[in-house]
Design a protein around this ligand. Sequence first.
Ligand code: MTE
Ligand code: HPA
Ligand code: MOS
Length: 776
Amino acid sequence: MNKHQAPITLASLHTPVRHDSGPKHVAGAAEYIDDMVEPEGTVHAYLALSSRPHAEIVGIDFSLVNDYPGVLGVLTAEDIPGENDVSPSHKHDEPIFAQGEVHFWGQPLFAVVAETRDQARRAAHRALVTYRDLPFIADVRQAQAEGGKLVTEPLKLERGEVDAGLAAAPRRLKGSIRIGGQDHFYLEGQIAMAVPGEDEDVTVYSSTQHPSEVQLMVAQVLGIRQHAVTINVRRMGGGFGGKETQGNLFACVAALAAKKWNRTCKIRPDRDDDMTATGKRHDFVVDYDVGYDETGKIQAVDAVYAARAGFSSDLSGPVTDRALFHSDNTYWYPAVRVRSEPLYTNTVSNTAFRGFGGPQGILAAERWIEDIAYALGKDPLEIRRRNFYGTDTDNVTPYHQVVEDNIIHRLVDELEASSDYQARRAAIIDYNQGSSILRKGIALTPVKFGISFTATWYNQGGALIYVYKDGTVQLNHGGTEMGQGLYIKVAQVVADAFGIGLDSVKVMTTSTGKVANTSATAASSGTDLNAMAALDAARQIKERLVRHAAKLHKVSEAEVHWVQGGVQAGATYVPFGELAASAYLNRVHLSAAGFYETPKVHWDRATGRGRPFYYYSYGAAVSEVTIDTLTGEYTVDRVDILHDVGRSLNPAIDLGQVEGGFIQGMGWLTTEELVWDDKGQLRTKAPSTYKIPLASDVPPIFNVKLADWSSNREPTIGRSKAVGEPPFVLAISVVEALSMAVASVADYRLAPRLDTPLTPERILMGCERLKREARG
Ligand code: MTE
Ligand code: HPA
Ligand code: MOS
C-alpha cells in the first residue's frame, strides 16, 4: 500500500449500513440461546402455573411429578437459598414461586427439572394442587370500585389554576377512554440457560434487556454476591420492553437448578405459558375533564390515569409516571392536573412495553382534542394546531420542564403538504356523502416523546474497547441487541472514531463481565448512552496513539491527524494496524473503559418538577382508512409519516424502527385484544386468538420519511435522536382516521369516542351507536 495516501474506505457514520445480523437473521445463522450447543448433561426446567386468579394454596401433591421418567426433582420456594423475590422495584412483592397464596391465573408455583424439556413439561402438569378460592379483582374499574389499592404511590403533576380554569372555561367536556393492553409477542420467547461454575460461580445466558439486573436478581436468589454471577446476552429475538424485567424469573430458575444439581439448566416456556405468566402493556382507563373555548383552545385539563398494574409493582410506578409525562403530547395546557392510579389487580403484573405508558398518555390527549373538534364541528387538525406548544411562549410542560426544541409546527406543515392532506380530506368528505356502506376517514396526528429514563441514575452508559496488534477492535458496551440496530450504530461510531472499516470492529456479546452496573436497554436511549461511552473509550486510546505516533515520527501531536484507515503523522501515513502494532511494541495501553452520563436531567417526583428529559423526539403521521359500516371491517389504505431522529446515525436502521414501530402500534390499537374470562384466565394466549399485524397488514401505500433537516440541539452522539419508541405512537393516526369514518355515519356531529383496540366489532358497534344517537 502507498504509505502516503489514505485508502478509501466507506465512511460509516450517518450512512445506511445494513444491520450487522441481517444476513444471519435471513439465513437462520444468528445464534439465539435455544440454538446454542448444550453442554454435556444439560437439564431442563419447566414452570407449573396456578389455575386460580386468587386463592390460598392448601397443598401440592408432587408424587406424580416425582414419579415421572427423567425427573430430577422440583424447585419450590423452600429450595431458594436466598430471597424468593425478583421484584425490580425492590418492593419484595414478586415471588419466583408462590408461597401460601396465588395472586393471578398463571403465577408460577414451582419448577420441575428433568433430563429433557418434554419430560419436565409433562411432569409439571401432574402435580395435584388444592386451592381455597378467594375473591379476586379482575380489572381497573372493579379495583376502583372496591377501594383501589395502589401498588405504588401515585404521581401528581400540577401547573396553573386548574379548578378556576375549568370553571371559567366557556365550554367543558367530561369523558373517559379505555385503552387496551398488548402482549409483546417477541418472536423469541423468554429463555435462559445457566452454567454452573466452581465455588459460587454461575454464568447465565439470558434473553434480557437488563443483564445487570438479572445478575443482581440471580445473586439475591442464590444468596451469593454479585461478582460470582455473569450474565451474557448476544441478542434477543425481540424484547419490546417485555424483557426489561420479565426475564429475571427465568434466569433465576435456571441458576437455581444449575447450582442445585451442578448441571447446566435451560428453561424455555411454551408460547401460551409465556403469554400467561409474563407481564404486558398496561391497559388504562383515563377519566378526563377539559375546559376549552369556542376556538378549540384548551384552558384547563384535569385527568386521572388508572392502570392495571397486576399483582405486583414491577415497573407500574415508572410506567404510569411516563403516561403522565405524555398527557400533554404536543399541546400546551394553561392549567393542568393529572394523577396516576397504578391499581392492584389479580392479573399478571404488567410491565414495560415500547413507549412505557407514553402511548397511553398521548392517546388520551388525542381523545380530548378529537372530542373538542367534533363538538365544534372542526377538523381535528385545526384543534391540534391551535393547542401546539409555542416555541418561545406557552412552552412549559405539566412537569415544569420547558420545551426548548419544539419542531412540531414545521413537521406537521411539511407532512400536511407532502401527504396532500387537505385535498384528500375534502375528497373523503365528498366520497362519504355519496357512499352509503363504505366510509373513509383521514387523520394527521403528532407526537412529542421525552427521551431519558425518568429514573435519573439510569441515564449512564459504559463501554470497554480493546485494540489488538493487527488493528482490529473488540467493542463491549452495556447495551443489548434486540433487533433495533444498537450494535451496528455503536460499531459505526467506533469505526468512524478510529477511521477504520466496520469489518475491523467486532461487537462482543453483552456481558456483565465486561461492563458493570449497566442500565436496561430501554427508554430508547441505548445508542445515546452506549455510543457516547464507546466514543469516550475510543477517545482515550486515540489520545495515546497520537502521542505515540508523534514520538515515533518525530512530529508534534498537532501534526498527527486521523484519516481514513489510519493516521497521517506529518508526511507519513500510518495504517491503523501498523500503528497498533508499533504502539504495542512501545508499551502503549491499547484498551480503555469509557463512560457517559446524560447531562442536564434531574427530576423530583415528590414535587412533580424537574427536567426529566434531555430532549424530545418528534414525528407526525397521516393515515387514511376505509370501513364497512355493515360489518365493521376496515382497511388502512395509505400512511404518510415524517419522523424526527435528529441527524440520523443510520437512516436504514432508523427507517426500519419507524416502520416497525408504527406497525406494532397499529396492532396495539386495532387487532390485538387481550380477553380474560370470568374465572380470571387470559384466553388470548396464542396467535390463533391474539392477532398481531402480518406483513400483509402493512398499508399498500406507506410513505415513510425522516426529517433530514433535523438535528439535535443538544450535543448527543452525532446530533442524533433516539428512535426506538416514539414512532410507535404515530399509529394513533389510524385510530383518529377510523374515528372520522365512524363519525361520518352521524354527519360528523357526534364525537365517536371509541375505545381501543378498534377491532371490527368495536367499529361496527361505534357505527350503530352513532346512528342511534343521531336519530335521537
Ligand atoms: N426494535 C426491535 N426490532 N426489537 C425490539 O425489541 N424494542 C423497542 C425499540 N425497538 C425493540 C425495537 C423498545 S421498547 C426500545 S426501548 C428500544 O428499541 C430499545 O433500544 P434502543 O434504546 O437501542 O433504541
Ligand atoms: N423507560 C423505560 N424503561 C424504564 C424507564 C423508562 O423511563 N424507567 C425505568 N425503566
Ligand atoms: Mo422499551 S419499553 O423502554 O424496553
